[in-house]
Ligand binder design. Sequence first.
Ligand SMILES: [Zn+2]
Length: 465
Amino acid sequence: MWKRIGDGSQVSIWKDRWIMGSRTGTVTTSCSPNCQIQTLNQLIKDGRWNAEIINQILNSEDSVKIISMPLSCFRRKDRFFWNFSKSGQYTVKTGYANVMQEKSNGMRRERIGEETSWEIRKHSIWKRLWKLNLKHKPKLFIWRSLQNSLATKETIYSRTGEGDRICNGCGEEVETMKHMFFQCLIAQTVWKVAPVRWEGLNDLQNNLWRWWEAVSRTEKMEKGKERISLTANILWQIWKSRNKAQFENEKGEARNIIGKAQQEWIEYEEVTGRASKEMEGEVGSDQHRKVSEPPKEGIIRIHTDAAISAKLIRTGKGIIARHWTGEIMRARGVMEMKMGEALMEESLTIRMALQMARQAGWGKIEVISDCKTAVDMIANNNVQECHIVTILKDIEDLIKGFDFCTVSFVPRSANVGSHRLAQFATKLVNDIDWENNFPTWLIEAANKDWRVEATFCNETLVVSS
Ligand SMILES: [Zn+2]
């Protein structure tokens, strides 16, 4: 017998079979003799997994599996069931294993690289840098840093003998590039909250060339170029923030630095990404593209989508609610630090949309998803016992709370807005919840889903109505 988690009070962490995606269903960690934590509800806090405690008492294999298991948003009783479905298998472990494999390949390549001549290496770094999806400024900035020509206080002092060498940020250490980019307190915080991490390269921080060379060698990895571009933007923003502190006496903040770096990168990607996609003929197929008709009066349409970034081990959810006249009412982007599984994440996004609508007090809604399997499962309600049942049951209960509520499928080409938002969300540091001012790229993307552009892309029209 297996146990499906409700509130967790009836499930023993150590003895019961409750872990989805493992053959036996039991934890692989052994219980320490004096462990006070016995039942599963002790691992749940405010309806979410308490990752801190889980990581403390369970090994990482168990922790990864547990944190990926969905919890119900309602208080339910724990239930028993027979596990005869083979489909409830997790992709988390394999995904993680792939990432680790790629990582060690990267390291191996790096060692081989050391034997190549300096000139060739220099040329190839430049070529790679030039090909990155980056604005000119950060590109040139990186190149300048690599040439050792940044005017850090240490550099100025050693060349001119003027000024002092102490970093303004912390007031303690000599301001070298290594200090500014990696070791000063603010830089350390930046790398802690950044969506890209290069802890494996800490030994190379003394020599920015070698560090950057190792970073840029990861470009063939999944999302490699994006991670490298983001890294370049982070270095650049650290420098800009340092200059503000130096010349305008404005104290830098790690979150701002990350936020600006992401913004730069995302905006640039939005522009260039769209351009290249359109060249691939997405526009050419315009006449085949299905665009939804607007909903009936009084109904709010909510588009949902989920995106999974294997490389960043992040999952993004995008939800866009639109008034029947076409106006965007609300957009929500949520990021989670986990390797999601598509069907699960799509279902979770639908659940989140329903919760959002309920909180907003909307009575009549249409929820849209481009995941046909999820929509079919919700419609037919005949799913075998597996991890997704918890979510489907929540969705079923939530739907009952509306005067009118449908969940329907559209192809991705008619779900562009939330698709873009979900991708955007994988790169977020904080969740976003827009209620009146929406970014232009979002409005433009959402307009592709719906043939009512003229009524709301013109601001004066909306205002005068
Ligand atoms: Zn400092």
